[in-house]
Design a protein around this ligand. Structure first.
Ligand SMILES: *[C@@H]1O[C@H](CO)[C@@H](O)[C@H](O)[C@H]1NC(C)=O
Ligand SMILES: *[C@@H]1O[C@H](CO)[C@@H](O)[C@H](O)[C@H]1NC(C)=O
Ligand SMILES: *[C@@H]1O[C@H](CO)[C@@H](O)[C@H](O)[C@H]1NC(C)=O
Ligand SMILES: [Ca+2]
Ligand SMILES: [Ca+2]
Ligand SMILES: [Ca+2]
Length: 633
């Protein structure tokens, strides 16, 4: 649809974004009155003229592309049928205008937004002792020690100073006394109504407080006798208001995730395609481009950090059907409750990297996550930020990939318990779980490991192989296919140590929700790429070049035979046709640390939570990491 636009800023990963192009099957035919306008020449003055002549509310230059503008409607957002868009047709004929694209509207849903049992927490008291996820002493019937180990990082002096986190949400209450002094106004913006003030919209019966609560979790001011304490209480928080309009558009998403990438370090998103268990959707063209630009150019080339909530669809949904959570460029985070069980609304998938804490199951109101406003039950990836945030002082050179490596290496099984999926070890000994990823985040562990961290070696991309012939799938027997690969050995793009693996699949099925897809690596690690989605009765679209992603083979040697297994489960007889399966490998050529050290590190940590042992091990790991990296370089 946007094929006529040329992007001046071709990203390194553009080759791969071509394969990632997502054809979502969300509702069709809803058009918003937001326009993407490209001018032939000229700039802000011409644009201002145009908005006046054609009665638009305002316009904003997009930071990506050339002479691209977002035209905002004058009145409150509403949707229109395609035919009634005469104003846009007149604008299109204007000589100054090269191109006009009416933004399609689609649904994006807030996550971690449940009011469990309708119980509120009164926030009139200092709340720190209730923030069990920071320091879990067993309050609220929790399991002592099951926390983010943030105290250890604070003790070492890492509290988020110098770092800005943007909350992409429904606005933040920057006047709130526990947030005001940590608010970064310069880096904030309101894309829902095109102004610099991302203040939430209050109505008579509703209060948009999702973003404010996220901001509180991250950056609530410490030691001020007000409310609680943010995980990175000396960090700055920026508000990006972008969820408060009837429909999401590609420009609003793209503008949000590319807003001030040299000032904002981390973008947090606790929303995504509707978690109804039947949607398959992801970022559109502009947003994909903006993300690619972010990881390549943001933070002076070290890459913007995008943190995403895995999803709220519970066992009915699969976060690999969500192109934001399953993107390699986002760190996707799931959640556990305060006794180590899963929250009931947790979605599982092989692209989740790690977990944080939330409420979500217990009746005890204090088992929720405490933030700076009065309704306190929610979860989100935001707490993860503490860890990320703390690093700037330690190692200013950490890239977006270093962050993922550190997350994989230091997240812990702790006492996390998944009733459905077992904890397993991959081919290099890293312990993972289909729902929790590599386990619960550990701030202290991350800080310690990051102190002497050296940037991971260069990343390469290799197409391991591709099956393009059609293969029938039937209920009675499952389809098994193999791809044997040398992982581009002998070529420039040889991948020897894996980071992410994508399986790009085109398949149709008489019932998409009954389809199950697994992939097993040459080292024997099985990733569940797609689990059953009982509510998904799609019989038409299937998956069209959909990039299923797994993080479970992290660190493995990809050379050998990859196995794909696909079949139908459930009662009714089903059929389908697989049309493509392509395996894409992403990782490094030269040895980082992984195959020699990690096995020891993770297995011993999993055995015991005793601090002495941890410290001893951490030291041993740091020593071997150092020597390994010296050798490696
Ligand atoms: C960060 O990178 C720069 C340039 O590559 C280098 O000069 C500097 O020493 C690095 N700093 C740290 C703390 O590694
Ligand atoms: C799947 O695609 C094949 C070949 O294009 C077609 O014959 C078949 O009817 C399709 N099946 C479904 C369930 O759409
Ligand atoms: C995929 O793996 C899951 C979990 O082990 C299993 O229940 C399912 O039957 C497998 N599906 C296929 C098609 O092999
Ligand atoms: Ca505003
Ligand atoms: Ca406070
Ligand atoms: Ca979902």
């Amino acid at each position: 649809m946007l094929g006529t636009f040329k992007y001046g800023t071709a990203a390194v990963l553009i080759l791969f974004s071509a394969l990632l192009l997502i054809t979502g099957d969300a509702e069709e035919g809803i058009f918003t009155n937001h326009l993407l306008v490209q001018l032939h020449e000229g700039g802000d003055e011409e644009v201002h003229q145009l908005t006046v002549e054609y009665a638009f509310g305002s316009a904003r230059k997009l930071p990506f592309g050339e002479r691209l503008y977002h035209f905002y409607p004058r009145d409150a957002p509403k949707t229109r049928r395609k035919r009634s868009l005469r104003r846009h047709q007149r604008l299109e004929k204007d000589q100054r205008v090269k191109n006009v694209i009416v933004q399609e509207g689609f649904a994006r849903q807030k996550r971690g937004y449940r009011d469990i049992n309708g119980i509120d927490i009164s926030m009139n008291d200092p709340l720190f002792t209730k923030q069990w996820y920071l320091i879990n002493t067993g309050q609220a019937d929790g399991t002592p020690g099951l926390d983010l180990n943030v105290a250890e990082a604070w003790k070492m002096g890492y509290t988020g100073k110098g770092v800005t986190i943007a909350i992409m949400d429904d606005g933040i209450d920057y006047l709130h006394p526990d947030l005001a002094s940590n608010y970064n106004a310069e880096a904030s913006y309101d894309f829902s109504s095109n102004d610099p003030y991302p203040y939430p919209r209050y109505t008579d019966d509703w209060f948009n407080s999702h973003g404010t609560r996220c901001a509180g979790e991250v950056s609530a001011v410490a030691h001020n006798n007000i409310c609680g304490v943010g995980v990175a209480y000396n960090s700055k928080v920026a508000g990006i208001r972008m969820l408060d309009q009837p429909f999401m558009t590609d420009i609003i998403e793209a503008s949000s995730i590319s807003h001030m990438p040299q000032i904002i370090d981390i973008y947090s998103a606790s929303w995504g395609p509707t978690d109804d268990g039947k949607t398959v959707d992801g970022p559109r063209e502009l947003t994909l481009q903006a993300m690619a630009d972010g990881v390549n150019k943001g933070r002076a080339g070290k890459g913007s950090i995008y943190v995403w909530a895995s999803g709220d669809g519970g066992s009915y949904d699969d976060c690999n059907c969500d192109g934001y959570a399953s993107s390699m460029w986002t760190i996707s985070i799931n959640s556990a409750i305060n006794d180590g069980r899963t929250a009931l609304y947790d979605e599982s998938c092989s692209s989740t990297l790690a977990s944080t804490f939330s409420n979500g199951r217990k009746r005890n109101p204090e088992a929720g996550v405490v933030s700076s406003v009065s309704v306190c039950r929610f979860h989100g990836p935001e707490m993860y930020l503490f860890a990320v945030v703390l690093f700037r002082n330690i190692c200013p050179n950490l890239t977006w990939r270093d962050m993922q490596h550190l997350t994989v290496l230091t997240s812990k099984r702790n006492k996390l318990h998944d009733e459905v999926h077992q904890w397993r070890r991959n081919g290099v000994g890293l312990e993972f779980n289909h729902l929790f990823g590599y386990g619960v985040l550990d701030a202290g562990g991350m800080v310690k490991l990051a102190r002497d961290w050296r940037t991971v070696p260069e990343r390469f991309h290799c197409v391991a192989g591709s099956v393009q012939e059609a293969h029938k799938i039937q209920s009675s027997e499952k389809l098994s296919l193999v791809i044997s690969t040398d992982a581009c050995q002998g070529k420039d793009n040889f991948v020897r140590y894996l980071e992410h693996v994508q399986a790009v699949v085109t398949v149709n099925a008489s019932r998409r929700g009954d389809l199950s897809i697994n992939m097993t690596s040459p080292m024997g690690t099985k990733s569940i790429l797609l689990s059953l989605r009982p509510r998904d009765s799609d019989a038409k679209v299937g998956f069209d070049k959909w990039p299923f992603m797994t993080t479970h083979t992290w660190g493995e040697d990809p050379r050998g035979t990859w196995l794909l297994e696909m079949g139908f489960r459930g009662e009714a007889p089903q059929s389908g046709v697989l049309k493509e399966w392509t395996v894409m490998l992403h990782g490094t050529q030269s040895a980082p640390y992984i195959d020699q050290v990690v096995r020891d590190y993770q297995s011993k940590l999993a055995m015991s939570k005793k601090e002495e042992l941890e410290e001893e091990l951490d030291e041993a790991v740091e020593r071997s990491l150092k020597s390994l990296m010296r050798k490696g370089n």
